[in-house]
Design a protein. Sequence first.
Length: 247
Amino acid sequence: MRKLFILFLCAAGIFAFTACGNKAGKKAASDDGEVDLGKVVENIENATFNGEKNTKEAAAFYFKKNFGLNFNDLKPDFALQGGEPGKYDFLGEEISSSYITFVAKDSTLVRDDYIEYVKKVYAATQKVADGGINVYGFMAKDKPEEAAAEKTIETVIDEGKPSKIFGFEIYMGTYGWNFIKDGVYYMLDVKQLEKKVDGEDKPYAARVIIGKGLQKSFNESMADVEKALDDPEVQKQMEKALKDLSK
């Protein structure tokens, strides 16, 4: 039972960044995906961000501060919807993961345009990564030398390609890799978002989510978590967190 609980904690820690934030964001700096980079740079120099976390500015700040990525370099080439962003289109946080979302014009995202965007994000992380490569990471590979091996864009695209089940095409629209920056593994997913249109799921946006990945093998990470669970202070914090979640 304890092992199962540890497994749950590890999974929750890794995938929590896919969840939405809990506060409404302010209107972004403009309607076309641009942000005020001057303000972002000023905040970077001060090493603080005091605004709402569900804004383009917050996402731009933490993408630059934590991952070395310029927000405007991640802007897609496909036409954007414009207008005020959705309540949870952006998230910028220090400890947990951050994400940015780009909604296609007319809320219709063409698959070829989306895949080209995946390639653009891949090139952006490759540019800032140690050694100039994107890697598999410890979620995919257990041995350090394999986790740090290059994961090519061809492999990324191949892993995300549609599959057929009982003659039906299944396309998840998720592409992922890790990159190492300053010795730290970061895990990235590019996700195609869908919404119901006339009763049918339609792709309408691309979201980039980045957070810290596993820094060692999954088994080693589980052992560290198990050790931490024996710490009385950690147990108190967990009890408080569970109470907060139940409110």
